[in-house]
Write a new protein. Structure first.
Ligand code: AMP
Ligand code: MG
Length: 350
């Protein structure tokens, strides 16, 4: 299959591009498009066959559901049978934005979208290309991240191309995404509210709306018992090819430990890669391959560069990757979750 790439402006997307992409969706095809978080791989959410193509293109396990993207609140009522009263203010204040809400699924949404679950995950993206595409298409778009299953999520069109060229119809290239990590996923019922995936909307913000909100226990440890609350939890994600370890603790000790560990690996003849803050990068010897994230105090930039740092490091082919851990505040919880998953929960305590 020939994958067409259409370039457009991220703030003012061209009508022609949106119309062409919408027509691909109408004929049951797949279009990768930018959102404020990462690039998504979209299909008509009401077309079972089209949604099945997403799973095939990504090699995504069939039991991992995808998120339905909408451009107005009426679409929410179309895809869900009931929306808990207590998420109304959250929706009003935070949509469009990087918050996905799991709600009861309506019969209109084919079961494959939710991997057979009775619920469906929904969000309204804050990106003019994504919103414009849904509006032109006129109906909800099912879209997981536009990467091969297990790889880091794509934050630009080149990353999408690298994973999916030849297996999808179109990529809308509108440059880098704004945030860099995937949306926060929450499940809210009348009696309980749980974060299933930490993301750009941090628990500190969610608490103002849902005083009982909890972080699902598997999020930072990778341990869970029985059926996972969100199927995505059980898969190793974002994984680079090389073994990776995350170094965590108080910063001074963390940077010392990273330097010390890097030197040990170098001595044993390994090619060592480090994914670290600017501060730590300055302390490392030049024989180490370095991907610099950002200054320690700019967690927003760390998030933005995280996935491309993982992909870049992969391209450089190290034998072992040492990554720096960050504080779990704000978007830091999402960063830590992605790093730990990428490392298969191999953590070095400094
Ligand atoms: P992705 O779009 O690739 O970022 O993946 C979507 C994430 O949302 C995965 O972690 C899914 O497991 C999760 N998800 C989607 N639908 C549901 C649902 N109905 N219930 C719980 N988690 C969901
Ligand atoms: Mg994904």
């Amino acid at each position: 299959m020939l994958t067409r790439i259409l370039k457009t402006d991220k703030h003012n997307p061209s009508r022609r591009v949106l119309e062409e992409a919408a027509s691909v969706l109408k004929s049951g095809g797949l279009v990768a498009f930018p959102t404020e978080t990462v690039y998504g791989l979209g299909a008509d959410a009401f077309n079972e066959e089209a949604v099945l193509k997403i799973f095939k293109a990504k090699k995504r396990p069939p039991d991992n559901p995808v998120i339905v993207h909408i451009s107005n609140v009426d679409m929410l009522k179309e895809v869900s049978t009931s929306v808990p009263k207590r998420v109304e203010r959250l929706i009003e204040d935070l949509w469009p934005g990087p918050l996905t809400i799991v709600v009861p699924r309506s019969q209109k949404v084919p079961a494959v979208v939710s991997a057979g679950l009775e619920t469906v995950a929904v969000r309204m993206p804050a990106h003019n290309v994504a919103l414009g595409l849904i509006k032109h298409f006129g109906s909800p778009i099912a879209a997981p991240s536009a990467n091969l299953s297990g790889r880091p999520s794509p934050t630009n069109a080149r990353d999408v191309y690298e994973d999916l060229n030849g297996v999808i119809d179109m990529i809308i290239d509108a440059g880098e995404t704004f945030i860099g990590v995937e949306s926060t996923v929450i499940h809210v019922t009348e009696s309980k509210s749980v974060i299933l995936r930490p993301g750009p909307i941090p628990i500190e913000t969610l608490r103002k709306y849902l005083s009982d909100i909890e972080v699902h226990p598997s999020i930072l440890t990778g341990n869970f018992q029985g059926t996972p609350a969100s199927p995505g939890m059980k898969y190793r994600h974002y994984a680079p090819k090389a073994e990776m370890v995350v170094v965590e603790g108080v910063y001074d000790r963390v940077s010392e430990k990273i330097v010390e560990t890097a030197l040990e690996y170098l001595k044993s003849g390994l090619k060592v890669g480090c994914i670290v803050s600017e501060e730590t990068a300055r302390k490392l010897p030049s024989s180490v391959m370095i991907e610099v994230l950002a200054p320690r105090n700019r967690l927003d930039l760390v998030a933005k560069r995280l996935f491309s740092a993982l992909r870049n490091m992969d391209r450089r082919n190290p034998d072992i990757i040492i990554a720096e851990g960050f504080p779990e505040e704000g978007i830091g919880m999402a960063i830590q979750n992605r790093l730990r998953k990428a490392a298969g929960y191999r953590i070095l305590k400094a």
